[in-house]
Design a protein around this ligand. Structure first.
Ligand SMILES: C[S@@+](CC[C@H](N)C(=O)[O-])C[C@H]1O[C@@H](n2cnc3c(N)ncnc32)[C@H](O)[C@@H]1O
Length: 175
């Protein structure tokens, strides 16, 4: 009996690990796997944006929700898109634990389907190829004055409003 329970437990854990590996690997093709932004960097760069009460803030690939939480603490309506069900679930818990569920929405959707024209501020921490693809799309879809933060990898054609050399963060404003 104990052996059977042990085997069921072992296979369940193995199954969950395999699922996690599968979804993490899949993220490589859709944008980037989960690597969290540094908290200090998020807080610093948000201070240089026009974020205020009611700003619509998107994190494209929101991971564990940490960027959304910081944006919401500054009054924004933060919307995250996260394909990986594990990080989606963790971010939902994170939002509940912080009592910010009236300010933060996390969608288990591909961010390519996001209504970009509604965003005031967007945050991107993705592979350079995806950043380049989104840059072109935002050129058409983003409203004038909207701000874009990219972490680690810059846009190729937009001129940055502010650049944090050491932290590798770039802030753009749509013209
Ligand atoms: C580098 S992590 C950044 C996480 C978070 N934004 C942060 O800065 O802490 C990228 C995240 O994007 C998610 N992702 C990748 N491609 C995606 C897509 N097309 N739609 C939604 N989420 C995606 C991954 O699962 C991963 O959690």
């Amino acid at each position: 009996m104990l052996n059977t329970i042990g085997l069921i437990l072992l296979f369940s854990i193995l199954f969950l690990v395999l699922l996690f590996v599968f979804f993490s690997f899949r993220a490589y093709f859709f944008g980037a796997p989960f690597v969290p932004s540094n908290y200090g960097v998020i807080k610093k760069v948000l201070d240089y944006t026009d974020i205020k009460e009611g700003s619509v803030f998107f994190d494209l690939g929101s991971g564990d929700g940490r960027v959304l939480l910081e944006a919401a603490k500054k009054g924004a309506l933060a919307i995250g898109y996260e394909l990986n069900p594990f990080w989606f679930f963790i971010s939902k818990i994170n939002v509940l634990l912080h009592g910010l569920n009236d300010k933060v929405t996390v969608k288990r959707e591909n961010f390519m389907q996001a209504p970009f024209s509604e965003a005031d501020i967007l945050y991107l921490y993705l592979f350079p190829e995806k950043i380049a693809q989104i840059e072109q799309m935002l050129q058409k879809k983003l409203k004038k004055g909207a701000q874009v933060i990219t972490y680690r990898f810059p846009f190729l054609n937009w001129k940055e409003r502010k650049k944090f050399e050491k932290e590798k963060v770039f802030l753009y404003v749509k013209e």
